[in-house]
Design a binder for this molecule. Structure first.
Ligand SMILES: Cc1cc2nc3c(=O)[nH]c(=O)nc-3n(C[C@H](O)[C@H](O)[C@H](O)COP(=O)(O)OP(=O)(O)OC[C@H]3O[C@@H](n4cnc5c(N)ncnc54)[C@H](O)[C@@H]3O)c2cc1C
Length: 426
């Protein structure tokens, strides 16, 4: 039987596998290789950090949502395209080999590191479930430590949180984080009158630099109302155990440096030795890899030409990855004789940013929204895009609106499990 192997079950891989199965049912085996047995709905990670959603809500099980697709849990480390094989390490640490007729790479991206002293050791990343759960516990622990210490300087450091990178990830983390720590502080009578201090840094001249200016203004206004100090044109010079030295020369005592500086394609791409653009594997508009018949790529890991803006490649967003996955599935099916191939072309439908509380910033179809209407659109969008767990997520949002966050630390994720490095989550 013909076999298509899809590596990575994120937005692109999940949608590709589903499309492939629908189009090739009965004639082709579709194998999905992924380090976890779930699809992670990454855009809601900040809600896990803030104690609004249980981690399981955004971990959609692959076995029940794609029952006809064969799931191989493991990480691919070797691709031998001339031999048409991939080798992955399974959960027991053993290597397994799969041969294929077509290979689709949708391995996404990893944290982007900058060569700044101390960042590797002292910053916390924010890209996977373990990091979000770790950060939730960390925030709670900082408030407890602030309560427990008699040293005023130490207390100030515990209650100071620095987020680097004011893209949608950093902006949501700061906006949700300030509300979460405020709620945690309220539970400690000895901290009455104290406020957690949140700083959001970016080298750009505005928050949400990649999005429309109106969205930036909406987000900046909400952050300012909550007391978040937005420092544009600023970065980190050095991180230490006691604080962060900023590029303007000031030292901020803190135990919490949260790294949201962006992402870069998964390092597996480099091992292929194929042409890349900004680290992303170059593909043709039909998502095939030029000169490599049978190899395809899309999502964050691929440099997909943006046919709506000639000369550009598509941004690293879930919106593109999800649609590219469907197109790749369709085009691979066409290469196997089912249907017709088409190039990837998608006009931006707008963006949504959840700012926590009753606030959001959104521009669906170019219509600027803020406050509660944006929040409703944001949540509606997430529910429509999530491939599963929708009812449970909606119930949990309702529960949170009625009963508030559940912020108790469980200490289930040890720091050693969440090093800030460029490896994919395991
Ligand atoms: C906190 C956060 C919030 C975000 N919010 C938004 C948002 O609101 N809107 C938006 O449009 N975008 C958002 N994004 C960006 C969006 O999540 C990504 O653009 C999108 O996930 C890319 O999809 P993908 O399929 O290419 O990669 P991913 O979704 O990252 O999936 C890649 C998959 O490949 C797996 N993988 C990696 N290496 C291997 C390997 N060697 N072998 C097997 N499997 C492997 C990974 O484990 C993962 O399951 C956000 C990103 C982050 C980090």
């Amino acid at each position: 039987m013909t076999r298509v192997v899809v590596v990575g079950a994120g937005f692109a891989g999940f949608n590709a596998a589903r499309t492939l199965h629908r189009r090739l049912r009965g004639s082709t085996e579709v194998v999905l290789v992924n380090p976890t047995d779930y699809f992670l709905y990454v855009p809601l990670l900040p809600e896990v950090m803030a104690g609004i959603l249980d981690p399981r809500r955004i971990a959609v099980p692959l076995a029940s949502t794609l029952p006809e697709v064969r799931l191989a849990v493991g990480s691919v480390h070797t691709i031998d395209h001339p031999a048409h094989t991939v080798t992955f390490r399974d959960a027991t640490g053993r290597d397994q080999q799969l041969d294929y007729d077509h290979l689709l790479l949708t391995i996404g991206s990893v944290n982007k590191l900058l060569p700044i002293p101390g960042v590797n050791e002292y910053a916390h990343g924010f890209r996977n479930l373990a990091e979000a759960v770790f950060l939730r516990d960390h925030l709670v622990r900082q408030v407890e430590l602030a309560d427990g210490t008699g040293d005023e300087d130490e207390r100030t450091a515990y209650l100071t949180f620095v987020v680097v990178g004011a893209g949608y990830t950093g902006t949501e983390v700061a906006a949700q984080g300030v509300l979460a720590t405020r709620a945690a502080v309220r539970e400690h009578p000895r901290l009455r009158g104290r406020m957690a201090r949140w700083l959001l840094l970016d080298t750009a001249d505005r928050v949400l630099p990649g999005l429309r200016e109106r969205m930036s203004k909406t987000a900046a206004r909400t952050l300012a109302e909550r007391g978040v100090e937005v420092m544009t044109g600023t970065s980190v010079k050095e991180a230490t155990a006691d604080g962060v030295l900023l590029s303007d020369g000031s030292m901020v005592p803190t135990r919490s440096l949260i790294w949201c500086v962006g992402v870069r394609p998964d390092p597996l791409v480099e091992t292929l030795g194929l042409p890349t653009d900004r680290g992303r594997l170059i593909v043709d508009p039909d998502l095939s890899v030029p000169g490599m018949p049978g190899m395809w790529a899309c999502g964050d890991a691929a440099a997909v030409p943006d046919l709506t803006e000639p000369g550009q490649i598509t941004a690293m967003t879930a919106q593109h990855a999800q649609r590219q996955g469907k197109t790749a599935g369709r085009n691979i099916a066409a290469a196997l004789g089912r249907g017709r191939a088409r190039p990837y072309k998608h006009h931006n439908l707008g963006f949504v940013v959840d700012l926590g509380g009753y606030d959001g910033a959104a521009d669906p179809l170019g219509v600027p929204l803020s406050g509660f209407p944006a929040k409703v659109v944001t949540r509606g969008y997430h529910l429509s895009v999530m491939p599963g767990n929708r009812a449970r997520t909606a119930v949990e949002w309702t529960e949170h609106a009625l009963l508030g966050s559940e912020l108790q630390g469980l200490d289930l994720v040890l720091p050693a499990k969440v090093p800030l490095d460029t490896r994919p989550p395991s």
